[in-house]
Design a protein around this ligand. Structure first.
Ligand SMILES: Cc1cc2nc3c(=O)[nH]c(=O)nc-3n(C[C@H](O)[C@H](O)[C@H](O)COP(=O)(O)OP(=O)(O)OC[C@H]3O[C@@H](n4cnc5c(N)ncnc54)[C@H](O)[C@@H]3O)c2cc1C
Length: 468
């Protein structure tokens, strides 16, 4: 039986695409090689990491803030087994939710490794080694990404002592010393989990800053906050070796600018140097689908590959490797296939680091505006001057609004602070509608809320904040 759409991969890109296509009346099938749906995000990414981040944050709150708030609970204790059980239950609820939605939307599924046999044909090889062929009018490649190692360094992951993010979600005990290679989002999030649970965390990062690509101001202040939480940073350091030792492992690195090699010992090494697009065994070369120099599937502005009827979305294509970007592309492709005008606005994709405090940003950074020669103005407001932040003892951080100097159109918003990941969306909505900092500054915000700091930063952009 021929389908309208066969989606290969059931991560947030693939499963959302399948649901949207089915909602639009198309006959849809999904091919997934894993035992559960939901891809990296639901199984070994966004969802399990947030379960552990939340649980460990609650422990840290109980340990460090309750007393000041006048709440006495005795000595809070970690129960790692229970924490992991909470994480596993959260994952199960989410992946089962996708199964339920597939059934509800009459989406058929094939378990096995999908291969593109050419336009209109997908092969699925099951665990028994047998391959069946499915015919379809359209194919959507949504095969996501996999852990990348360290360029030029042989890293042998055992997921116990030398671990990727996947191992970092399931350690059986808290390492005394965790060395994190890579000061990006995943390394800092998982580093935060284990630091709160008692590990000493050292981050070794190639660049001179953590969170490369984020606003420089934000990254600098955020690094200070993490240092206060006990993180140690070795920036501008190139890792040249990660090796298992008698007890634990060692990480060897040298200054990027040249200098002496250093070796540190770790109980566990988390390699969090990024992810690579995953197209292994997909048969794209044979099918004539073009890839770019970084191994991503090449697509045009409508997420079409060079082969008619084959589309690609999510981590396997150009753009930030984020679940919501994959989801939006999934929706857009479903709409395009159904003959509608699907579109993704890549200028307004928020990015959040779910640490404590959170870091969230949308739009351009100051560095990007400077590089592009755009004349801009800056408005900043600290949470120390926000009443709700004081009441909750969450005064770390600030909001920064960047607006075009002439038109006042908001070009970027960057927030470090408690709840930043929720607050960023008012900026995203504003930017989708081409709003100005005056629009934001004149919008009535409920009091007392952390979001008032967003309004004040906007006021600071075109005139003056009230509470400073
Ligand atoms: C620890 C961690 C935390 C993260 N936290 C966040 C976060 O908080 N927010 C955020 O936005 N992003 C986060 N991410 C990134 C996010 O998980 C990815 O951007 C997102 O999952 C990409 O979705 P996708 O659909 O493109 O691919 P994936 O989620 O990777 O899914 C691809 C699916 O395709 C399947 N597949 C691959 N090849 C085949 C084949 N040949 N046949 C059949 N099936 C195949 C895979 O098994 C997988 O299920 C995190 C990632 C990690 C690792």
């Amino acid at each position: 039986m021929a389908y309208d759409v066969v989606v290969i991969g059931s991560g947030p890109g693939g499963y959302v695409c399948a649901i949207k296509a089915a909602q639009l009346g198309l006959k849809v099938a999904v091919v997934e090689k894993n035992a559960t749906f939901g891809g990296t995000c639901l199984n070994i990414g966004c969802i399990p990491s947030k379960a552990l981040l939340h649980a460990s944050e609650m422990l840290a709150e109980a340990q460090h803030s309750f007393d000041a708030l006048g709440v006495e609970v005795g000595t809070p204790k970690m129960n790692l087994k229970k924490m992991m059980a909470h994480k596993d239950a959260t994952v199960a609820a989410n992946v089962n939710g996708v199964s339920f939605l597939f059934k509800k939307n009459k989406i058929e599924s094939f378990q096995g490794i999908g291969k593109v046999l050419g336009a209109g044909k997908v092969g699925v090889t099951g665990a028994d080694g047998k391959t069946q062929e499915i015919e379809t009018k359209n194919i959507v490649i949504a095969t996501g990404s996999d852990v990348a190692g360290i360029p030029g360094v042989n890293v042998e992951f055992d997921e116990k002592v030398i671990i990727s993010s996947t191992g970092g979600l399931s350690l059986e005990k808290v390492p005394a010393h965790l060395v994190v290679v890579g000061g990006g989002v995943i390394g800092l999030e998982l580093g935060s989990v284990w630091a709160r649970l008692g590990a000493k965390v050292t981050v070794v990062e190639y660049l001179d800053t953590i969170l490369g690509g984020m606003d420089g101001d934000v990254a600098k202040q955020f690094q200070r906050m993490l240092a206060k939480q006990g993180f140690e940073f070795k920036l501008g350091s190139k890792v040249t070796g990660v090796a298992k030792a008698k007890k634990g492992a060692t990480v060897t690195f040298e200054p990027v600018k040249g200098g002496d090699t250093e070796t540190i010992e770790a109980d566990v090494v988390l390699v969090a140097t990024g992810r690579r697009p995953y197209t292994d065994g997909l048969g794209l070369k044979e099918a004539g689908v073009e890839m770019d120099e970084r191994g991503r599937v090449k697509t045009d502005g409508h997420l079409r590959t060079n082969v008619a009827g084959i589309y690609a979305i999510g981590d396997v294509v150009f753009g930030p490797m984020l679940a919501h970007k994959a989801e939006d592309e999934g929706v857009a492709v479903a709409e395009i296939i159904a003959g509608q005008a699907g579109h993704v606005n890549y200028d307004v994709i928020p990015g959040v680091v779910y640490t404590s405090p959170e870091v969230a940003s949308v739009g351009k950074t100051e560095d990007e505006l400077k590089k592009a020669g755009v004349a801009y103005k800056v408005g900043k407001f600290p949470f120390t001057a926000n009443g709700r932040a004081r009441a909750m003892l969450h005064t770390d951080g600030f909001v920064k609004v960047l607006a075009d100097k002439d038109s006042d159109r908001v070009l970027g918003v960057h927030i470090v602070g408690f709840g930043a990941g929720e607050m960023i969306h008012e900026a995203a909505v504003l930017m989708e509608f081409g709003g100005s900092s005056e629009d934001l500054g004149r919008t009535c915000h409920a009091h007392p809320t952390m979001s008032e700091a967003v309004k004040e930063a906007a006021l600071a952009t075109f005139f003056k904040p009230i509470h400073m």
